[in-house]
Write a protein that binds this ligand. Structure first.
Ligand SMILES: N[C@@H](CCC(=O)N[C@@H](CS)C(=O)NCC(=O)O)C(=O)O
Length: 222
């Protein structure tokens, strides 16, 4: 039975799981959970993920519902080699560190500005929430300095996790002009991971157009 991904394309973490699956060439069945129609709050989905977030994954009875865990599981289970999630303890610790950076800094800072707009009727972006995004990007720019990848000397799942969220920040109107290393890395991520555009093009457009239509195209500019 193919791996099932519960997915909603505007959601960056959901696209992280799909991007990893496509990069690995895994046969996945995608089931859409439309957050705008509250499908994530239906009884049936709550049985799969009581935390009602996307993505979730069902691999023949193993259910996981966090993009970082899904990403590292898929590489460990289906990767032809370990390069996307190295087994070396020190290399892996660095990859984990950047995955946690995405989980605890990048995504929450994006979400702090988009969730209230999409779901609570807010129609602006607070300056402090906007500045927190730029602070995180400043740190990411530094992480990219040594090798051009976020963890170690080659592309890993941490690059997928961070780049999908950063590309979404760009799509909603965050100004990337001060971050040349991020801009170069985003381009490399798009061309390095097989299926990246296929997994992300629609969702980037939906989140970008959606947010810009509700708060205006310049809401994230300083
Ligand atoms: N840490 C989780 C975060 C997932 C998450 O926050 N997903 C959002 C969409 S971007 C969601 O499903 N929100 C619906 C809800 O919280 O009810 C992950 O990386 O998978």
């Amino acid at each position: 039975m193919p791996v099932v991904l519960y997915h909603f394309s505007p959601s960056p973490p959901s696209r992280v799981a799909l991007t990893v699956a496509k990069a690995l060439g895994i046969d996945v069945t995608v089931k859409i959970i439309d957050l705008f129609k509250n499908e994530h709050l239906q009884e049936e989905y709550l049985k799969i993920n009581p935390e009602h977030t996307v993505p979730a994954m069902d691999d023949n009875g193993l259910i996981l519902h966090d993009s970082h865990v899904i990403a590292t599981y898929l590489v460990s289970r289906y990767g032809k080699d370990e390069s996307l999630y190295p087994k070396d303890v020190k290399q892996r610790a660095l990859v984990d560190q950047r995955l946690y950076f995405e989980a605890t800094i990048l995504l929450p800072r994006l979400r702090a500005t988009t969730y209230p707009v999409f779901f609570l009727g807010k129609r602006n972006v607070d300056a402090d929430a906007r500045d927190a995004i730029y602070e995180a990007l400043g740190n990411l720019e530094k992480y990219l300095e040594p090798t051009g990848w976020v963890a170690g000397d080659h592309a890993t799942v941490a690059d997928i996790s961070c780049s999908v969220t950063v590309a979404s920040l760009e799509a909603i109107g965050v100004d990337m002009s001060a971050y040349p290393k991020i801009r170069d890395w985003l381009k490399r991520c798009r061309s390095t991971f097989r299926g990246y555009e296929e997994a992300n093009a629609e969702g980037e457009k939906l989140i970008g157009d959606g947010i810009k239509s509700l708060v205006g195209p310049k809401a994230y500019l300083r």
